[in-house]
Design a protein around this ligand. Structure first.
Ligand SMILES: [Fe+2]
Length: 361
């Protein structure tokens, strides 16, 4: 028996941003956007589209948002705009995850109650919540179709996760014309994050026929399109193909969750400052080596992504693909010794995401 569920109302295609006013209706919204959205004219576009329904704009979103930094924004927005029914997230994973943190109303609008829930405590008594409309400007995160927010507590060296029934976005607007100015490094990192979501969804104990179909389609498309896009970064059609693949990967892992590569990645991001999309993808060939040989159907799909029937050839294809976009697959490149790497893999296999990995079946 299996089930697949995703409640997000998806609107996609070049120009899809025009759907935003209808999706918002007469509700009031807070915009949470990446810093460059002002200079790129995107904030002005949203002001024009939404007019006085846009009641607040926050654009100081830092990568990998920290709880110490999120707290004052959270308390300010609940104090100054308690009646705003919606948050619109415009940006990459950090902007969407930050927006998810702003949805839940706690007693007195205090952040510490929400923080306690993220640290594993009880869900705060519901005081209501806002709805989220996610508008990704990168093709990678998948956060627009998942309920999870990743935030960081650098002071205690911890990665935290927020997941509540209402942190599923109400709607996702995927408009590739918003992605054409994304710099090369961010295009690579976000595209590889999506590839990691797809592969992690395939070698996953929670896989099902729908997640598999989405993930295999996504992975094949990313491997094909990302190098073409890096050669022609302004092509909207290629941006649209990559955005669709990232969406499919997000829809796949929204039901399976991630696995070993993501489990390994978080400490590497915390300790060495490696971008999430690189930290969760340089290890993929090593992890594919571990994944092959446990399920004939999974093996067939993994090999097909790289146009072969042979596992070692598929692993070589994945390694060559990563290196072709400038990503080393050697842990030592990221400051991790060979011995340390073995320990990290053993630890990750015992963690919650490691237990999603196919070898745990
Ligand atoms: Fe990821």
């Amino acid at each position: 028996m299996w089930s697949y569920h995703n409640p997000v109302d998806v609107h996609a295609g070049a120009g899809a941003l025009q759907a935003l006013p209808d999706l918002l209706g007469q509700r009031r919204a807070i915009l949470i956007a990446f810093p460059e959205a002002v200079a790129l004219g995107l904030v002005d576009r949203l002001r024009t589209l939404l007019q006085d329904r846009l009641v607040a704009v926050e654009t100081g979103i830092a990568p990998n948002p920290d709880v110490a930094w999120l707290a004052p924004m959270y308390e300010r927005l609940w104090r100054d705009h308690p009646d705003a029914e919606c948050v619109i997230a415009l940006g990459g994973g950090s902007a969407i995850d930050c927006a998810k943190v702003m949805l839940t109303r706690t007693q007195g609008g205090r952040f510490d109650a929400l923080l306690a829930a993220m640290q594993g405590g009880a869900l705060p008594p519901s005081q209501g919540h806002r709805q989220l409309i996610a508008v990704p400007t990168t093709a990678g995160t998948g956060s627009e179709v998942t309920p999870w927010a990743t935030v960081w507590d650098h002071a205690s060296g911890r990665k935290l996760s927020l997941h509540l029934p209402w942190t599923w976005p109400e709607a996702a607007v995927i408009d590739a014309t918003l992605m054409t100015t994304l710099p090369r490094a961010a295009t690579v990192a976000s595209g590889l994050d999506a590839l990691s979501h797809a592969l992690e969804s395939i070698w996953n104990v929670n896989r099902n026929p729908v997640s598999m179909a989405l993930a295999v389609t996504a992975a094949r498309r990313i491997v094909q399109v990302l190098p073409e896009l890096l050669a022609s970064p302004g092509r909207v059609d290629l941006r649209d193909h990559l955005a669709t693949a990232a969406l499919q990967a997000g829809l796949a892992f929204s039901n399976t969750r991630t696995a070993l590569a993501h489990s390994l990645s978080y400490d590497i991001t915390l300790e060495h400052g490696v971008a999430h999309g690189i930290a969760c993808s340089f290890s993929l060939p090593r992890i594919m080596t571990m994944a092959l040989g446990h399920d004939a159907d999974v093996d067939l799909h993994l090999c097909a992504i790289f146009h072969t029937h042979d596992g070692p050839t598929a692993i070589a294809g994945l390694t060559a693909f990563l290196e072709s976009v400038g990503v080393s697959t050697d842990p030592q490149h990221y400051g991790i010794s060979a011995g340390d790497w073995h320990h990290r893999i053993d630890d990750a296999l015992r963690g919650p995401r490691g237990r999603n990995f196919i070898t745990a079946a």
